[in-house]
Design a protein around this ligand. Sequence first.
Ligand code: V47
Length: 449
Amino acid sequence: MISTTTLPAGASTEPRPFTMTRGPIRDAALEPIREKVRRGQRLSLEDGMTLYETPDVWGVCEIADGVRRRMHADTAYYNINRHLNYSNICALSCKFCEFFRKKDDAGAYTKTTEQIQAEALAGVNNGATEMHIVGELHPYLPWDAYPQMLRDIHEVAPDLHLKAFTAVEIVHLAKIAKRYKKDDRRTGIRWVLSELKAAGLGSLPGGGAEVFDDRVHDEAYKGKIRSDAWLDVHTVAHELGLNTNCTILYGHIEQRRERLVHMDMLRRAQDLALARKGYMPTRARRDGEETTEWDSAVDPDWAGEISLHGEGATLPTPDAKGGYFQTIIPLPFFPDGSELEHLPGPSGLENLRTIAISRLMLDNFPHVKAFWIMQTLAMAQLMLQSGADDIDGTVVWYDITKLGGSSTHQEVTTWSLCKAIREAGFTPVERDTLYRKVVRDGKSWSVEA
Ligand code: V47
């Protein structure tokens, strides 16, 4: 499948010459899609269904790989991070989740300030640039505990970027802070996010989105916020200049079309975020050229599609002020231990296809992440060749899903991440949370301007 030449003897971590040799696209139904993608035209839901239903999975991967290389050449990103799950006690009982516990259940925990600070310090000592902080909907922790948690971490680790709290937690916080009004959600959400930002919040992770569909919501995670509230949180975060991520949790009771609708809702929200920042096809309006670029003159009346896929489109620069979705992280459903344990979960090929389709449908997203913890490092290598440009980081502790066992200690070294990336034919680039290149000098680090 992959041809490599002239490997340096015994040096498996060296970059290797790499040629993609998947061969021609076999399904003619994919040709018009490839052409649309080349021209930077947005794919329709029907195109998405064709990508899901074609037997030519490699053809889908090949098209997605072309886009990925146009956007990122041979760069593949990773970061040095720590995940902190501060508590697993939850007021909800989502059917897909095996992480939550009730207060008196065996294994229920809420970490103390000392434990949290110790984890942050351990992260810094191991070079971490980011702490990814997620819990559950804790029924008893008061609102003040959350901004305090961020301040406590920055007290011992001031340079750690805090990517914290899913949209579901943010709405929960607005409720316990008594700022949440059903008929005016955004005001309370804005208050919470502003307070958290002042306390050190750097960005929002992508969790809690699941699948934006009311039927799926009511069957599998009733009680959680719906898509409108999830999108409200991220929109307000963007308005406040925070970058955010997003996820899709697929391979349980949803249909493939519902996944595509979810992706379409995300790319519409991203159109608005990018337009708000002044990224729009101004040149196209100026002299008829088919290209998009950053422009400081925001046209508030402009509303349309912004694709970053076409030849000549430039990516949002990481040094530009924040306020948009950085990456989509497709999360394959893990049945073990959940109430939906009887379901098989998605196959490896379905995972590969969904990564490729995410790259192709989400034409205005700079990045697609193959989260190695859930995809496996071996599959993440294939995914880098099929649309993904990021594999997340060193992680260390991860409680939400446990691959093939019960340990929450799921750590890889940067050496293993880089080796996996190089073996797949790419150049590893350490990034910070905002996708700026990290430059290291001994124990200290900075980002490239
Ligand atoms: O929101 C819960 C999912 C998410 C299961 O932003 C499950 O960079 C599969 O959002 N099977 C949390 N998934 C993880 C997450 C994430 C991960 C990595 C990077 C980023 C980022 C975000 O995990 C939850 C939920 O959707 N989840 N249970 C399960 N059984």
